[in-house]
Every structure is written in structure tokens, then in C-alpha cells.
Design a protein around this ligand. Sequence first.
Ligand code: SAM
Length: 239
Amino acid sequence: MRIDVVSLFPEFVAQCAAFGVVGRAVERGLLSIHGTNPRDFAEGNYRRVDDRPFGGGPGMVMLIEPLRRALDAARRAGEGPSRVVYMSPQGRRLDQAGVRRLAAEPRLIVLCGRYEGVDERLIRAEVDEEVSIGDYVLSGGELPAAVLVDAIARLQDGVLNDTESAQQDSFEDGLLDCPHYTRPVEHDLGRVPDVLLSGDHARIARWRRMQSLGRTAARRPDLLDGRELSKADRELLQA
Ligand code: SAM
């Protein structure tokens, strides 16, 4: 998969390609991340990328033309059509299902705003969807873009090792993940639950499922709203 990030600070997002799972995805050739800076497409000595908002008020607005040229350049840099995503607090809130959908695209262009945001006409003409990472406002789209890139990278086939499989992560099956423990068995902070030491895989799977259901009910009951639980899950939840 190829992701082009259009940003005034493209190095910011490229940094996340240097580490951990995203780094591995890039190293293995499963993901490539490219930056395009709208300033490189701005005119005049000052290479201006923003201007004052019509109607007055505080802040600046990103100009259409440098962004449009940067998006065109990003489009031309790869092959095939590309979905354009604008990181915006006004977008649809990102969840694991949304990440899965975007991770299945062959190409993405991720547009990062700054200042008060982007001229609305560019959004209407060039953007396929707006994506928010939560109901709070950051000063730029680069951190949100890095969040999206990371979440997408770990879903690319061949990126995660078996032991890190995304299948058991929170939200994958609509529930929160179960708790995890590692050595030592005994610690002054507590003992590892006996069931995990039993070697009885069926019992362990049942316990994990029960923990997932219980945690989800306690911490995120909204995830269970409208969900039809199986008889076995209902029994585990009540156990
Ligand atoms: N005036 C805008 C508003 O209230 O909707 C906020 C602009 S914000 C200061 C600048 C840029 O940061 C946005 O254009 C967007 O790219 C990015 N941004 C800020 N918060 C975000 C969020 N929660 N999710 C995704 N992008 C965000």
C-alpha cells in the first residue's frame, strides 16, 4: 500500500515510519509513505500557503492552489486512483472498522490541515472523506495522520508476527481485549490468575472471552448496545 501525506511538515509523519511496526511494514515493502509539502507548490518569494479568512475573525486559512497542486503531484507520484482523506475534527470519528476499510485501499492521500483549516472549496472538490481521531482539536493534521498510518500499517498482511496478531486486539470482534500477564508468576503486585497456568486451552479461551465480555460491559457498554450475544456469551457474562 502507498500513502502520500500532504502536509506543511511531512517529516513529522515520515518519522513514524522509522520505528516499530510501521518501520517493519516499510522495511518489508508492504507500505510506503511519502510526503508532499504544499509550500513547494506555493508562489512568490514568501511561498505563502495561507491567508486571512473572509468575513474576518482570528486565524488563517490554507489557500486552495498550493494544496491543489500538492494533491495533484501526490496523485501523479503513484499508480492508480487514490482515495483522498482529510484529517479533520469535523470528520467521521475513526474506529477499527474504519481503519480496516481504509487499510484495504491500494493507495491513500492524507491531507493535513493547519491554522483554522483548509478553504472549504478545496475540501468539496478534492476530498473523498474527512476523518477525525476524536472530539478534541489539535493544532495540525500531522499527529492524526500518524495515528491513521500506524493503525493501517499493523493491518497490512505480513506486518504483524503471529504472536502480535491483530485478530485478538480490542474492537476487532467488537469487544475489548482481555487482560494480559507475563513472568513472574508471583510478584508483590499480585499473582497471575491460575487458569492461565493450567495449560487447559479450552478453559483459558473461556476465561479470556469472559474477561473480554466483562470488561466491555463495565468499561464500554456502548459497544454491546444492539449486539445480539450468543447464548454462550450471555452465560459467560453472567458467570
Ligand atoms: N477550525 C477547525 C475546527 O474547529 O474544526 C480546527 C482546525 S485545527 C486547529 C487544524 C488542523 O488540525 C485541521 O485542519 C485538521 O487537519 C487537524 N486536526 C485537528 N484536530 C483534529 C482531529 N481531532 N482529528 C483529525 N484532524 C484534526
